[in-house]
Design a protein around this ligand. Structure first.
Ligand code: CDP
Length: 246
């Protein structure tokens, strides 16, 4: 509960961190950060710091969860007990983390070629080390890179971002203060190749027109995010090529 106190989120057209309404925060992505995982990625998205690790495909256990037609995805999103002031000291799953794990799993069920691995499971772990708003979007973006790096076949590498509303202004990529005090927050995950929307949640109220414009802002931002994902995936190979050039 945030009470009646509400900071001015946009002053002279600029947001509190200096961004314009349609600006993303800085994003950097690195693959291969967890050597024991089949695929992994680390993302810094503004002040968010998140690691994603992928394991499998391997025999799904316990046996009764196996699907003879396709692989199943298990996903566990968690905030570390030191990731934020609010979460400070807490461990274990809660209602929010179970929800985020579920919607993230559904994103990847739509892009991973699950029918290639009957009876198997693919595990996705997303660990938030530092949180500052938009961790589900950043986590999905990182997990997509971790999955691609693992070599597990996928139709596409999805990305996610959120839009919100302050008064009449739509803002892209809310940080925590904006998330807490804005009039709406809508995280969206998209498959860039097809344009399919793989996740859309909404907190607050947006008109039909605002939803359309907001999705457009996320699609536009996605060109940049997808490029960063591709560059991160290519980086280890480019480093090897550089070595051989010398
Ligand atoms: O992170 P995301 O925006 O996807 O989810 P949210 O539930 O809208 O949370 C917004 C932000 O509030 C998070 O990114 C964290 O910075 C913060 N938060 C927290 O610190 N502790 C929680 N238990 C829940 C949220």
């Amino acid at each position: 509960m945030v009470g009646s106190y509400k900071p001015e989120l946009i002053v002279n057209g600029k947001r509190l961190d200096g961004r314009m309404p349609a600006d993303l925060r800085n994003i950097t992505i690195e693959v291969g950060v967890v050597k024991n995982a089949v695929g992994s990625a680390y993302i810094e998205w503004g002040n968010n710091k998140i690691i994603a690790g992928v394991y499998g495909p391997k025999e799904a256990l316990p046996k009764h969860v196996q699907d003879p037609e396709r692989a199943i995805i298990k996903c566990r999103y968690a905030m570390s007990p030191f990731s934020s002031l609010e979460e400070h000291g807490r461990t274990g799953p809660n209602r929010r983390s179970v929800e985020i794990s579920k919607v993230t799993k559904e994103v990847f069920e739509n892009v991973v070629l699950l029918d290639r691995f009957p009876g198997a499971e693919i595990d996705i772990f997303i660990d938030v080390l530092q949180a500052d708003g938009g961790t589900r979007a950043a986590g999905i973006t990182a997990a997509a890179v971790a999955l691609a790096a693992s070599g597990i076949p996928m139709k596409d590498v999805p990305f996610a971002a959120s839009v919100g509303k302050v008064g009449d202004t739509l803002i892209l990529d809310l940080n925590k203060v904006e998330d807490n005090y804005s009039d709406a927050d809508m995280p969206v995950a998209i498959s860039p190749r097809t344009g399919d929307i793989l996740l859309l949640q909404m907190d607050g109220n947006l008109t039909k027109e605002e939803v359309k414009t907001g999705i457009g802002m996320i699609q536009k931002a996605g060109e940049h995010i997808s490029r960063l994902q591709r560059e991160a995936l290519k980086a280890p190979y480019e480093r090897i090529l550089e070595k051989y050039k010398k």
